[in-house]
Design a protein around this ligand. Structure first.
Ligand code: ATP
Length: 912
């Protein structure tokens, strides 16, 4: 090996070792606690600062300072975070997004705290803990990786750790001290963060923003290892480190030179983009913590106060007025997060990239440096920059279509880091850029007036997006994505709209910010800003425009004081506490959901036993024996039914494609005095459906027909495949093979929302209501997005299900399970579906509610709707169904009228 290659390899191994350390720490913390610790880099930075403080400022010997920093302080930070931030969240049963916001909060808090304590400037006198010889670092990393791997694989602690990660509740029931495991994971993770920080600090800039970001850029190695495999993480880190180092030898020529050099110097960022956008994703659960999406009531008069406060700076002068100029601009940027995160429910950690691009494009356009375009006046440049940046919102909007929670956080963070490193930090894009204010608005006061006008326009645009049909659809998507799809909301298109609109708003705010300071400053748009802005909007009321304006005023106002970092520290504290705010509508929903889960469990245990007893014993069942089974009653012709019998296409629109409406006069009465199952054309047909989960066959060739004006029921023991069949029919799961037809139309590949719009509505086994919307708004979403868009359907269905009166304007979050089931059913009915798929509609209902439900379902069938019901309550099934299919092990093993099916099955079983 030539000496240059050897030297570069050694240098690469040194960088790779630091990255590997970060990877090990992130993976261990993730495995012990399920948290991807966004604060890892900030802990590294704090430890590096403390070591420097001890050695440089206080003159301690290096060994003593290192021992205090790495052996005591770093693990203590981890244990404190576990004890005071993440354990309370885990005890509350938090979702992963809640811990994500908390870890971003810790990041922001530590960065803000460090800026307060040590100032914002970079230090270049960090002490060297080990020489820059990479072999020592490499040895440390390998020993750590092997040691940790061995502990996880072969020790009791490792087994406990894996158990806690798999299911914390179950592990605790099994006698494992989950808190101890989590604390150990956090302590070790923080130790590796501290080690990374003190190893890196002498060779990079030690400042509160730069070092944490540098450390977090290498999160790619942990993601590439699927947050699991330590050898893969170490190997990836070393390989990228060496490759990045070797690439410095290349000197490409031509116009690609600067870009290629940037890529070569930022291979970890390239890896982050690939890992976050291309590799199979991790962590796809809930999008945002409940508190973040809570409906924030606006106090009366708040807008008047806000208007007065925003007008106040017009009376300021000098530096106060100059500082105030930032507030409206930042307010516009934060409004973009209200649209994307607050209303749309999408985590976006890359919003600073759009703000920066808006500023950059405005500067380039007004300087005449934008390729192919002449020099434009400043305001025209700003407008065109907004138009140009808006479609770039697809950079994060596109990944958002298939990602949620942690995966989306990583993807948007990666895009933000990528834009920052490959655009803002590159001299070819930004060198020597200045930016003037528009003619006539040069002075601070005049410019502030212009900003107020632009802020008003942004507020009106935000209001348009948050009101009416679009606003309700966005809120529905945020509250329950699958529920929104089932209601007919075009979720992918809506996500793209949210991100594009968000990018446009951020670009406008970014352009305004840069004009305000008369320069394009890349550091004003670095990815740390994205984290700070995200945390600020989430904690001050994500779905509140006033909250965004307040956040802008706070961020600018606090940092304008004596020392920077106060605002970040305050926002950090609030974000850390965000999951623990007591009360609020989401607390009520959580309690309701927990109650429902418990009741459902009890119900399932009971009814599951009954089903198994019915299916597996030779004796006639005691619970729903033929003699005891309630006789089917003809559907009552009360006002409810009369309400139901409205014309399907009340808006006069031509009937959409689908099966022919059933001729009710042709009912001849089949089993139980109802329609003959064999009669009439089926409205929904499944043919030879096969579905697999990771190789496990959940449906093994199912054929099913669903007829209009009939109740078709599916019963079977737990795990039989009923819900899977349901998901295939509703479009939430694509079968591996087989076909599904709606009338004559093949709908096998149609997404859920398209099926709803055709006329197939569904409800969910676990309630799918939109908690921040009122009952009436829930139903309105169904009426606006469903099969037939009929405004009158809202009142009709509210009346039918007894939800009119005061209930209609109650937020769904505050209501009991029975009412929510009715609200969900009303939402499904409001789109006037032809087929209604009901997954355990009686789960969690009391007897009276079940009887009322049965009456409504009968009435619906009598009016021609085809009903497919998965239900464990055999009394209800026997009472309602015209045809029953029994499923077991992914197949339909018996079909026919309810009593007949159960009797036949009983006779086939051998006598005990
Ligand atoms: N997302 C998934 N990943 C892996 N396996 C799954 C998944 N969903 C379901 N399964 C498995 O597929 C089988 C069928 O599950 P399914 O939920 O369809 O049954 P079910 O009859 O609806 O049961 P239950 O009455 O308990 O809801 C079960 O063995 C279940 O464990």
């Amino acid at each position: 090996m030539s000496s240059l290659t050897y030297d570069l390899t050694l240098a690469g191994l040194s960088i790779g070792s630091a990255a590997a350390l970060t990877g090990i720490g992130l993976i261990v913390t993730y495995r012990a606690t399920g948290v991807l610790n966004f604060a890892h880099g900030a802990i590294a930075m704090v430890c590096a600062y403390v070591l420097r403080q001890c050695v440089v400022e206080w003159g301690w010997p290096l060994w003593l300072a290192a021992t205090v920093t790495l052996v005591f302080l770093a693990p203590a930070i981890g244990v404190a975070l576990e004890r005071f931030v993440f354990r309370p969240l885990a005890v509350l049963g938090s979702d992963p997004a809640q811990t994500l916001v908390a870890s971003i909060g810790v990041f922001v808090l530590l960065v803000g705290g460090a800026a307060l304590l040590w100032g914002q400037g970079a230090r270049d006198d960090a002490p060297e803990l080990v020489s820059d010889d990479p072999w020592g670092q490499l040895a440390v990393v390998l020993v750590l990786a092997v040691g940790v791997g061995a502990v996880i694989r072969w020790t009791r602690f490792g087994r406990e750790l894996r158990a806690v990660v798999d299911d914390r509740g179950l592990a605790v029931l099994g006698g494992i001290d989950a808190d101890r495991v989590a604390a150990a994971g956090w302590a070790f993770g923080s130790f590796t963060a501290g080690l990374t920080g003190v190893l890196l600090a002498p060779y990079v800039r030690l400042d509160p923003y730069g070092l944490p970001l540098l450390v977090m850029e290498v999160v790619a190695v942990a993601v590439a290892a699927r947050m699991r495999s330590l050898p893969v993480a170490v190997g990836t880190a070393l390989a990228i480190g060496v490759a990045q180092s070797q690439l410095t030898r290349l000197h490409p020529s031509g116009w690609t030179e600067p870009l290629l050099q940037a890529v070569g110097a930022n291979l970890f960022v390239v890896a982050l983009l690939l890992a976050a956008l291309v590799l199979p994703r991790i962590g796809t659960r809930d999008a945002l913590p409940r508190t973040a999406t809570a409906r924030v009531p606006t106090p009366p008069g708040a807008w008047i106060v806000a208007v007065v406060l925003f007008l106040l700076p017009l009376g300021f002068a000098g530096s106060d007025l100059h500082t105030s100029v930032q507030v409206p601009a930042l307010g516009v940027v934060l409004l973009s997060l209200v649209v994307v995160t607050g209303r749309g429910g999408q985590i976006s950690l890359g919003q600073a990239a759009y703000a920066g691009l808006g500023a950059l494009f405005t500067a380039l356009l007004s300087a005449g440096r934008f390729p192919g375009l002449p020099r434009l006046p400043e305001l025209a440049a700003l407008a065109l920059a907004v138009i140009l940046v808006a479609p770039l919102g697809l950079l994060t909007g596109w990944p958002a279509i298939s990602r949620r929670g942690l995966a989306l956080a990583l993807a948007t963070f990666a895009v933000g880091v990528g834009v920052s490193r490959f655009v803002f930090a590159q001299p070819y894009a930004t060198s020597g850029l200045t930016l003037d204010r528009p003619a006539g608005f040069d002075g601070d006061r005049a410019y502030y007036v212009l900003e107020l006008a632009l802020l008003t326009a942004a507020l009106l645009a935000t209001r348009a997006l948050r009101r009416g049909r679009t606003g309700r659809a966005l809120a529905a998507m945020r509250d329950h994505e699958s529920g929104a799809s089932a209601a007919g909301v075009r979720v992918p298109a809506l996500k793209l709209l949210a991100f594009v609109a968000g990018a446009a708003l951020a670009a406008l705010g970014g352009g305004m910010l840069s004009m305000g300071s008369r320069a394009f400053d890349p550091s004003a748009y670095d990815p740390v800003r994205s984290l700070l802005w995200f945390a600020a909007v989430v904690v001050l009321g994500a779905d509140s425009t006033l909250g965004a304006l307040l956040a802008a005023a706070l961020l600018v106002g606090l940092d304008a004081g004596a020392r920077g970092g106060v605002a970040a520290a305050l926002i950090g504290v609030l974000a850390v506490l965000v999951g623990r705010f007591p009360g609020g509508p989401y607390e009520a929903l959580r309690t309701t959901a927990t109650r429902l889960r418990l009741r459902r469990r009890a119900h399932l245990t009971e009814t599951g036993t009954r089903v198994r007893t019915r299916l597996r014993t030779a004796h006639a069942p005691a619970a729903v024996g033929p003699a005891e089974a309630p006789t089917k009653q003809p559907a009552p012709a009360g006002p409810a039914e009369a309400a139901l019998r409205q014309p399907a296409a009340a808006d006069g629109a031509p009937p959409p494609p689908g099966p022919p409406a059933r001729d009710r006069d042709s009912r001849t009465g089949g089993a139980g005095g109802k329609t003959d199952p064999a009669e009439g054309r089926p409205v929904l047909t499944a043919h030879n459906l096969l579905a697999r989960y990771d190789g496990f066959t959940a449906l093994a060739g199912v054929d099913l027909t669903v007829h209009p004006a009939q109740v078709t029921a599916i019963v079977g023991p737990n795990g039989a495949g009923k819900s899977t069949l349901f998901h295939c029919l509703a479009g939430t799961l694509r079968p591996s093979s087989g076909r599904i037809h709606y009338g004559e139309q093949d709908i096998t590949h149609l997404p859920a929302h398209a099926r709803t719009r055709l006329g197939i509505a569904r409800t969910f086994q676990q309630l799918a209501v939109f908690p921040t919307l009122t009952v009436a708004e829930n139903v309105q979403v169904g009426a606006e997005q469903g099969h037939v868009q009929d405004p009158a359907a809202v009142e009709r269905t509210l009346r039918l299900l007894g939800l009119d009166g005061p209930l209609r304007s109650a937020p769904a979050a505050a209501l009991p399970t029975g009412t929510l089931r009715r609200a969900e059913l009303a939402r499904a009915l409001a789109g006037t579906p032809r087929v209604l798929l009901l997954d355990e509609p009686a789960a969690g209902l009391d007897n009276a509610e079940v009887m009322a439900l049965a009456r409504v379902l009968r009435a619906l069938a009598a009016d021609g709707t085809a009903l497919l019901v998965v239900e464990h309550d055999l009394d209800l099934v026997a009472d309602l169904a015209d045809v029953v299919h029994v499923m077991a092990a992914g197949r339909i093993i018996a079909s026919g009228p309810p009593d007949h099916v159960l009797d036949t099955l009983g006779a086939e079983e051998p006598a005990p």
